[in-house]
Design a binder for this molecule. Structure first.
Ligand SMILES: Nc1ncnc2c1ncn2[C@@H]1O[C@H](COP(=O)(O)OP(=O)(O)OP(=O)(O)O)[C@@H](O)[C@H]1O
Length: 256
């Protein structure tokens, strides 16, 4: 969604609704050997839900981990709201509002839903009462979790666990949520509920989301924009509705 021209020769000013919140600029990341991401540049507007797509091994997880600081950069920058985060540790990036939900529904199996959420709130929300309020507010939004608040992590279904992993990230009210393959192994109905909850949370709070997904149709159904990675580069970047609806784009970049 680009700013419209005003009909004069002056360049159009970006509108506040498309303010860039998160940017990666010339990112070079790899493990051993050739880089997985090689000069990758992406900008994510505040409040946008962006689906990060691409074949297995395209580098989606690597990009999320580079943004959150879990893998070191060989080159480039990660910028949040005009602040360069590149030299900062994972915890310092989290304090500035980046939250990552890694693949695999990581929750503490020996703790209850309630305790998991309190733990999520602990280090970003000072004060017991404020944490209590944050968790209660979340229960209002995530009704299925509220009903299971005394259940232990190991007693939850796959969908409930993924919902809890999402909730644990949301309770600290991040500015940017980095979400890796939340649909993995879940039934279509559960995926729809989970992503619907995510979309609703983003709409209500202005949360910005970078959602890595293999489940292209589901991801595009709730995203504003789709970015397709291939061989460490952006091969397509378009409004989600356009990516979903255009058979030529789908066939060329998404394989269906
Ligand atoms: N810890 C690691 N050590 C070495 N190579 C890795 C490591 N993690 C990922 N890779 C390699 O980096 C490349 C990109 O992997 P990445 O997990 O980022 O892709 P992806 O797009 O998330 O894939 P998927 O959809 O399968 O999760 C792959 O070739 C992978 O084998």
């Amino acid at each position: 969604m680009s700013a419209s021209s005003n009909g004069t020769t002056a360049p159009a000013e970006p509108t506040t609704t498309t303010r860039t919140l998160l940017a990666v600029d010339g990112l070079v990341v790899g493990y051993a050997g050739a880089p997985v991401l090689d000069g990758l540049t992406i900008e994510v507007a505040a409040g946008d839900v962006v689906a990060l797509l691409g074949a297995n091994g395209a580098g989606k997880t690597t990009l999320l981990r580079a943004v959150s600081g879990l893998v070191p950069l060989r080159g480039g920058r990660v910028v949040l709201d005009a602040e360069d985060l590149t030299g900062l540790a994972v915890e310092d990036r989290a304090r500035r509002g980046l939250a990552q939900v890694p693949e695999g529904r990581s929750v503490v199996a020996e703790l209850t839903v309630e305790e998991n959420l309190q733990l999520g709130a602990l280090w970003r929300i000072p004060g017991r009462r404020a944490r209590r309020a944050a968790v209660d507010e979340l229960y209002d939004e995530l009704e299925p979790l509220a009903r299971r608040r005394q259940a232990y992590g190991h007693q939850l279904s796959g969908g409930e666990r993924q919902m809890l992993a999402l909730a644990r990230a949301l309770v600290s009210r991040p500015r940017v949520l980095l979400l890796d393959e939340p649909s993995l192994g879940l039934a279509p109905r559960v995926v729809a509920q989970l992503l619907g909850t995510l979309r609703e949370a983003a709409r209500r709070t202005g949360l910005t989301v970078l959602l890595a997904e293999q489940n292209v149709t589901s991801a595009l159904s709730i995203a504003d924009r789709g970015i397709v990675l291939g061989l460490g580069e952006v091969v397509a970047d378009a409004p989600a509705a356009q990516l979903a609806a255009d058979p030529a784009l789908r066939h060329a970049y998404l394989g269906f």
